[in-house]
Design a protein around this ligand. Structure first.
Ligand code: SF4
Length: 430
């Protein structure tokens, strides 16, 4: 029996649990580990979620021994992975049905060309095999014994109910990674998995998959209200409604029935991707929604007594002062219950990622100098001001203490540093 380590640097993400489960079901002895301490094995699967992990963990990974395979969202750009990491293989895209072939390769019983979805170095550069989507009927994930201590933005675990999104948002990797056709898992499999996770100590569950309400949808850009309601009802019967949340919903993919189901079977929050209050920026982001739709969706959610959070993007290339003010105005008008404000992150494999590769620093808000000397860039200033304002114009205003002010300042600076680093990585300058 071969001993394999599946390694995730910071959180037990769902993908790493799934890969570990697939290896276990093939009869291997599998250890799922969080963090790099004391890894000593012949074969290690490394799940990297963020572009910045490629530099953050570069030295550790490059000094590890054994046959090293990288997967996860960073695999969308194998060239970038190999630029930073000296690993044996990258599995592009969906990987749980490919681990058997990877194990054959690690054992020397096949060639890299035989592994679907594999990217690997050759004497001529990097070779990439065709990738393919995995079946939605799948193994149970391997659940770590300390899952109860996990806290990923308030949830012990994110359950993947479906893959793919018909959206076209220029900043999002989901359509590129999983495709634009929605593929949903059988409901009984999801419930079985939730039961296992709960029995293992997971308490708070979130539904992941890009846009939660797309579960069961078979029409392009349509929702299936019955499937979505059955999904929430089934999961909440196991978890209890207050332990279930549905993050990330498009304002144009809701209905009265959908909101009623969310109100009945979850902790009562909806999280809308608002992004911008500027129609011009929404068009540039290819978000496919209008500010009026945002206002209507928030009003509709409130009719069902739901609490509403919104995520917003600032510092997107091309965002001028006027567009930024329009975003602040809609955020103020909506008086949401919570706000998530991010500087636009250029992810590999997205249109935004491609755009920033050739963007000069004086056109990129994350490098453009602010007229206010307290800030290093326009993007940092906008993120700071928006975050600060959001505590004032939310439904229940929060007093801005000096401690909160400092944390907002730190947050804006941290985001700026992160985006600057990722931008330089994409530009091949780091
Ligand atoms: S941001 Fe949401 S709606 Fe847009 S492509 Fe990504 S998952 Fe789809």
């Amino acid at each position: 029996m071969t001993h394999v380590v599946v390694l995730t640097p910071e959180h037990y993400n769902y993908g790493s649990m799934l890969i570990a489960g697939a290896l276990r079901d093939l009869g291997h002895s599998v250890e799922l580990r969080k963090g790099f301490d004391g890894v000593d094995t012949e074969i290690v699967f490394i799940s990297l979620q963020s572009t910045i992990h490629l530099v953050k963990y570069r030295d550790i990974i490059n000094n590890m021994g054994g046959f090293r395979v990288v997967g996860g969202p960073v695999s969308i750009d194998p060239g970038m992975v190999f630029r930073y990491l000296d690993v044996d293989l990258v599995i592009r895209g969906e990987g749980e049905d490919k681990v058997g072939d990877v194990m054959e390769l690690a054992a020397g019983r096949c060639e890299p060309d035989d592994v679907p979805g594999a990217a690997f170095r050759t004497s001529d550069g990097i070779s990439m095999n065709e990738s393919s989507p995995c079946p939605m009927k799948r193994v149970l994930p391997l659940i770590p014994c300390d899952i109860s201590r996990e806290d990923i933005r308030g949830a012990s675990v994110y359950i993947e109910t479906h893959r793919g999104c018909p959206g076209n948002c220029t900043f999002c990797q989901v359509p590129e990674f999983f495709g634009r056709k929605v593929r949903s898992r059988p409901l009984e499999d999801i419930i079985r998995e939730v039961r296992q996770l709960k029995a293992s100590g997971a308490r708070r569950f979130a539904i992941s998959g890009g846009t939660g309400t797309l579960y069961g949808s078979s029409k392009f850009r349509g929702i299936d209200e019955d499937s979505f309601r059955d999904l929430l009802r089934g999961i909440s019967e196991v978890t209890g409604a207050r332990n279930l949340t549905v993050p990330d919903i498009r304002v144009d993919m809701i209905s009265e029935d959908v909101l009623e189901a969310i109100s009945k079977y979850t902790n009562g929050w909806v999280f809308y991707g608002v992004e911008s209050g500027s129609q011009r920026m929404l068009r540039k982001m290819k978000k496919g929604i209008t500010p009026d739709q945002v206002v209507e969706a928030v009003e509709l959610a409130r009719r069902y007594n739901l609490r509403v959070a919104g995520s917003f993007i600032v510092g997107y290339p091309g965002e001028g002062e006027e567009e930024y003010q329009e975003t602040l105005e809609i955020a103020d008008e909506l008086m949401l219950d919570d706000y998530f404000v991010s500087i636009a992150e250029p992810l590999p494999g997205t249109e935004l990622g491609e755009e920033v590769k050739n963007l000069s620093d004086d056109e990129n808000p994350v490098f453009m100098r602010s007229s206010n000397r307290r800030f290093e860039s326009v993007a940092e200033e906008r993120a700071f001001n928006f975050l600060l304002e959001s505590y004032v114009f939310r439904s229940v205003p929060v007093p801005v203490t000096s401690r909160l002010l400092k944390s907002i300042r730190d947050e804006a600076r941290k985001q700026q540093e992160h985006i600057r680093t990722v931008t330089r990585m994409l530009q091949g300058k780091l």
